[in-house]
Design a protein around this ligand. Sequence first.
Ligand SMILES: *[C@@H]1O[C@H](CO)[C@@H](O)[C@H](O)[C@H]1NC(C)=O
Ligand SMILES: *[C@@H]1O[C@H](CO)[C@@H](O)[C@H](O)[C@H]1NC(C)=O
Ligand SMILES: *[C@@H]1O[C@H](CO)[C@@H](O)[C@H](O)[C@H]1NC(C)=O
Ligand SMILES: *[C@@H]1O[C@H](CO)[C@@H](O)[C@H](O)[C@H]1NC(C)=O
Ligand SMILES: *[C@@H]1O[C@H](CO)[C@@H](O)[C@H](O)[C@H]1NC(C)=O
Ligand SMILES: *[C@@H]1O[C@H](CO)[C@@H](O)[C@H](O)[C@H]1NC(C)=O
Ligand SMILES: *[C@@H]1O[C@H](CO)[C@@H](O)[C@H](O)[C@H]1NC(C)=O
Ligand SMILES: *[C@@H]1O[C@H](CO)[C@@H](O)[C@H](O)[C@H]1NC(C)=O
Ligand SMILES: *[C@@H]1O[C@H](CO)[C@@H](O)[C@H](O)[C@H]1NC(C)=O
Ligand SMILES: *[C@@H]1O[C@H](CO)[C@@H](O)[C@H](O)[C@H]1NC(C)=O
Ligand SMILES: *[C@@H]1O[C@H](CO)[C@@H](O)[C@H](O)[C@H]1NC(C)=O
Ligand SMILES: *[C@@H]1O[C@H](CO)[C@@H](O)[C@H](O)[C@H]1NC(C)=O
Ligand SMILES: [Cu+2]
Length: 599
Amino acid sequence: MMRKIQTAVPVMVFFLAAASLLHSPAQAAVHHYDFVLKEKNFTRLCSTKSMLVVNESFPGPVIRVQKGDTVFINVHNQGDYGFTIHWHGVKQPRNSWSDGPEYVTQCPIQPGTNFTYEVIFSKEEGTLWWHAHSDWSRSSIHGAIVIYPVNGTNYPFPTPDDEQIFVLGSWYNINVNAVVDEDIVTGADTPRSISYVINGEPGDFSNCSKESTFRWVVDYGKTYMVRLVNAAMNAELYLAIAGHDVTVVGMDGNYVKPFVTGYIMISPGQTMDVLLTANQTLGHYYIVAHQYDTARADVTDYDQTNASAILMYSGNYTVVDAPAYPSQLPGYEDLPAADVFLSSLRSLANEEHPIDVPMNITKRMYVTVSMNQILCPNASCEGINGNRLASSMNNISFNNPDIDILQAYYNNITGIYTPDFPDWPPAMFNFTEDDPPFNVTVPVQATKVMMLDYNEEVEITFQGTETLNASENHPMHVHGYSFYVIGSGVGDFDNETDPESYNLVDPVELTTVGVPKLGWVTIRFRASNPGVWLWHCHLDRHLSWGMDTVMIVKDGGTPETSLRSPPPGMPKCKVPYQNWLRSFDEDSDAEFARVFRQR
Ligand SMILES: *[C@@H]1O[C@H](CO)[C@@H](O)[C@H](O)[C@H]1NC(C)=O
Ligand SMILES: *[C@@H]1O[C@H](CO)[C@@H](O)[C@H](O)[C@H]1NC(C)=O
Ligand SMILES: *[C@@H]1O[C@H](CO)[C@@H](O)[C@H](O)[C@H]1NC(C)=O
Ligand SMILES: *[C@@H]1O[C@H](CO)[C@@H](O)[C@H](O)[C@H]1NC(C)=O
Ligand SMILES: *[C@@H]1O[C@H](CO)[C@@H](O)[C@H](O)[C@H]1NC(C)=O
Ligand SMILES: *[C@@H]1O[C@H](CO)[C@@H](O)[C@H](O)[C@H]1NC(C)=O
Ligand SMILES: *[C@@H]1O[C@H](CO)[C@@H](O)[C@H](O)[C@H]1NC(C)=O
Ligand SMILES: *[C@@H]1O[C@H](CO)[C@@H](O)[C@H](O)[C@H]1NC(C)=O
Ligand SMILES: *[C@@H]1O[C@H](CO)[C@@H](O)[C@H](O)[C@H]1NC(C)=O
Ligand SMILES: *[C@@H]1O[C@H](CO)[C@@H](O)[C@H](O)[C@H]1NC(C)=O
Ligand SMILES: *[C@@H]1O[C@H](CO)[C@@H](O)[C@H](O)[C@H]1NC(C)=O
Ligand SMILES: *[C@@H]1O[C@H](CO)[C@@H](O)[C@H](O)[C@H]1NC(C)=O
Ligand SMILES: [Cu+2]
């Protein structure tokens, strides 16, 4: 934007250059990091296993920058399988090349090789994170990103005395990628974690874990910025701190209107900044996180561990009892508590932190997110009804192509994807009724992408469905963008009456939003970042089953509005994606593609 004005209106140049001294562009720093990935043994819950991690740590190292900085991260793969890394929530203007999702913007970094990501920060401020974006490698490969205000600017609240990061993760006692690969082959359900972890530790309520429980020492009277990351693989989480309320001030790298709460609900992929004032009786207090489960009430075999850490006041006092437990932590299936929390989220929408909600929508989409089955002859698969478990968006279960879509798009390689992701569900039915008919449970498997013109103003309503009686919240995440969440509700979206409830005044700005179980959510954004960007459910099992699509935003006609050219050393696509879904049972695919086309 600025460069455009500089060429067009020379008189403005001086003014803008002077102004920029006060803001991020003039101060942007360039950092260099190395990530070394190796297998390492970790002992949790009484057993030891090897995992691929960054710099021998789980969670991995923290990246700290100021708003607008650029970071080059040279990633060295000293493990024995390929992976990629995504810089979650970082918009990466015009730079899809360093965004990371495998088979979307790059191919895996092969063992014994390295690749340097250029991570470009722009508007983000607060907490984000990085994680592997290939197979389920992110269960062990992830860490926090902290983005401070630039010099001369401040938080929109009194500067905290100190800060603490809590990365919430999932622990498996198995080789996760191996088991998931097999499940994808057989069509079976994917593994469940055996514990949630806080900064890599299950905490006091798990076997063999008490010694290593994460302990956070606070000083009485100080206010802390607590930076939360939900890096769990498949679960929304509730978290509460005994005896202490917190004030939520930011989410997904944006500030929000502060609100006080006794607990938080955080979806996988989301990050949250909350303030905690250490003003309670000196002592020890449990910090507890556990699953918030929205799936069917009769399915209770999810991970019900209560991961814990301990907040400990410094000073000279005698601890008599066990740490206090957070009585305000909602139960696993407490839906109203999540609704109360979500309804409090609002943008600051003030002079210093204005909002920019698109008001002239040029592209309107209605997109269902569904659980599905792919039929197997003679019930020969291990998923539901002897079929293969799958997921879809607008009934398209996304097939990963053999080479990445970015490469195909940039080099005009045909036959990799088709530009026809539908704007509307291929079949209208009562999406939220019990027991939808069999014929809406089988998706079309394809690599369909949505094409957007530069600067289009986009509105998408995501609709949850009850296909296979398997509705639950779906945390939908977009790469390269953030969006405003302007409305949500229960039941099927009514495009005449529901828009009346839209909040265009101070909608929260996120990069991951939960599509409510048996409900809908509407978001808006301006397609101002050209490139190839993934949209997906951040429950990894749904991503593995095809609840994703790709959005290609075309160039805007000038160099400043166009996708950059590739950096040196992009990994080669050596190992074609083992597309089990596509090779499986062509006949029934063709049959269902035909059925769906006829509607
Ligand atoms: C910002 O301030 C910090 C601490 O005062 C200083 O170390 C740093 O060099 C400053 N950065 C810029 C770009 O001025
Ligand atoms: C990771 O480890 C490498 C090699 O030991 C080191 O050079 C690098 O600084 C570390 N990176 C971070 C982010 O700590
Ligand atoms: C992990 O421990 C096993 C058993 O002790 C050992 O064989 C293996 O070499 C260790 N792996 C690593 C990466 O240290
Ligand atoms: C690999 O790392 C070396 C230095 O360790 C660096 O010079 C080279 O540019 C890196 N290659 C890529 C593709 O990032
Ligand atoms: C701890 O281990 C015991 C014995 O193996 C087992 O019965 C119990 O369920 C475990 N507890 C937890 C919380 O995992
Ligand atoms: C502790 O701090 C919070 C946040 O500032 C405040 O709302 C609360 O009243 C304080 N409690 C006590 C006991 O001072
Ligand atoms: C802590 O308090 C106890 C009892 O008041 C006293 O005996 C002890 O010396 C104190 N310790 C420190 C490190 O101040
Ligand atoms: C809205 O978009 C249309 C189509 O791009 C354009 O012609 C019109 O001028 C826009 N209106 C406003 C108020 O921006
Ligand atoms: C791809 O096609 C576009 C439009 O025809 C053209 O401008 C561009 O140069 C082509 N790119 C390559 C790498 O061939
Ligand atoms: C599914 O089958 C029902 C009849 O059982 C029919 O009314 C409906 O149109 C079909 N829907 C689709 C999407 O084919
Ligand atoms: C759709 O199904 C739900 C749940 O059974 C029901 O409440 C609703 O009225 C139905 N909607 C329509 C338009 O039939
Ligand atoms: C509203 O939804 C109906 C189907 O329920 C559809 O026919 C119509 O085109 C939609 N209107 C708009 C403005 O999207
Ligand atoms: Cu999902």
